[in-house]
Design a protein around this ligand. Structure first.
Ligand SMILES: [Zn+2]
Length: 340
């Protein structure tokens, strides 16, 4: 009875192995016959119940069936593996004598380009390029810049506060404070860098953008000096004369403070969507450094005066290249970036 079952198992399983068309198919056949719950395991269970005298001859048969099936399985499996290897070698064949595929060169981000140009311009005018930390203290970011605790810029919605009481700098102005304290007067410095605001992101707002801060402290610095440097800066960036106007503006760190506008470069002043039909674009706050700011930088305001400006590098790049969605600037989309 068990002999017949064993012979049947040997015959059918060998046939299935022989006709297996894939490694998975072969494996299925093996599990059914030789697996832990397979036919052979069930027969072995019955075998254990037989009287000892019947076990000897049947045991031999059982072992021989098992060996036959296992060796046939291994042989077939080996054959599949060889076939797969051969197919892979054929598929991945490579002619090492062919020329390599072209490497596409990268390009500089529009903000990086403008930043480098402005740095060149200002270093040629004797300005130092300073760097400061992106995680700042409240003192550097606000107090030392004459921004009292009640100022709206301190509103929780604009600032990313860290749990240790520090913050992500909301402007590059803290580098002014660091520059004054480290270098003392007379001082000419610019500070480009990344700043952060807790803003909802849309076509004209980003939580992360780039600014460039500038400051000059010397004896008898006046608004005339400020205007001269601003015009030099703008014609350097836009490679042509631009029409500017100064409007009074309130910023706690300057006195008097101005809002510098340029005539819209897209429409030439006749009005378009970018300038909201006004013909003018607000470009940067600037002014003469507030005496309190000089004092917190360790500089005597009775002896020294200075001007400062904050330039939106991101906005500048958008104006120069006619980019109308700020989200493109940090999107990392190569189709956008390779245009520059
Ligand atoms: Zn316009």
């Amino acid at each position: 009875m068990l002999e017949a079952q064993l012979e049947e198992l040997r015959r059918t399983t060998l046939a299935r192995f022989a006709s297996a068309f894939s490694q998975e198919n072969l494996e299925e056949a093996r599990v059914e016959a030789l697996g832990r719950k397979g036919t052979l395991a069930q027969i072995s269970k019955e075998f254990g119940k037989l009287p000892p005298e019947q076990r000897a001859s049947l045991g031999k048969l059982l072992n021989s069936v098992k060996q036959d099936l296992e060796s046939e399985y291994e042989a077939k499996k080996h054959k599949f593996e060889q076939e797969q290897l051969a197919a892979r070698l054929e598929r991945e064949w490579l002619d090492v004598t062919l020329p390599a595929p072209g490497v596409r060169p990268g390009s500089l981000h529009p903000i990086t380009q403008i930043q480098a140009e402005i740095e060149d311009l200002f270093t040629s005018l004797g300005f130092a390029v300073l760097d400061g930390p992106e995680v700042e203290t409240e003192e550097h970011n606000f107090d030392a810049l004459n921004i009292p605790p009640t100022h709206p810029a301190r509103d929780m919605q604009d600032t990313f506060w860290l749990t240790n009481g520090h913050l992500l700098r909301t402007h590059t102005s803290p580098v002014q404070v660091r520059g004054m304290r480290a270098l003392g007067p007379p001082l000419r410095m610019i500070a480009p860098g990344r700043v952060f605001r807790n803003e909802e992101v849309d076509a004209s707002h980003e939580h992360t953008f780039y600014q460039l801060e500038g400051m000059m402290v010397d004896r008898n610095v006046s608004v005339a000096n400020l205007i001269y440097f601003m015009k030099t800066l703008l014609s350097g960036i836009f490679h042509r004369d631009v029409v500017v106007r100064l409007r009074p503006g309130y910023f706690p760190f300057v006195e008097p403070g101005f809002e510098l506008d340029i005539q819209c470069l897209i429409c030439g002043g006749s009005g378009c969507a970018v300038c909201k039909q006004s013909g003018w674009v607000e470009l940067m706050p600037c002014g003469l450094v507030h005496p309190n700011v000089l004092r917190s930088g360790g500089i005597d305001p009775d002896e020294w005066s200075g001007f400062a400006f904050g330039l939106g590098l991101t906005r500048m790049a958008m104006m120069r290249y006619g980019i109308d969605d700020i989200r493109q600037m940090q999107g990392g989309d190569l189709r956008f970036l390779t245009q520059f």
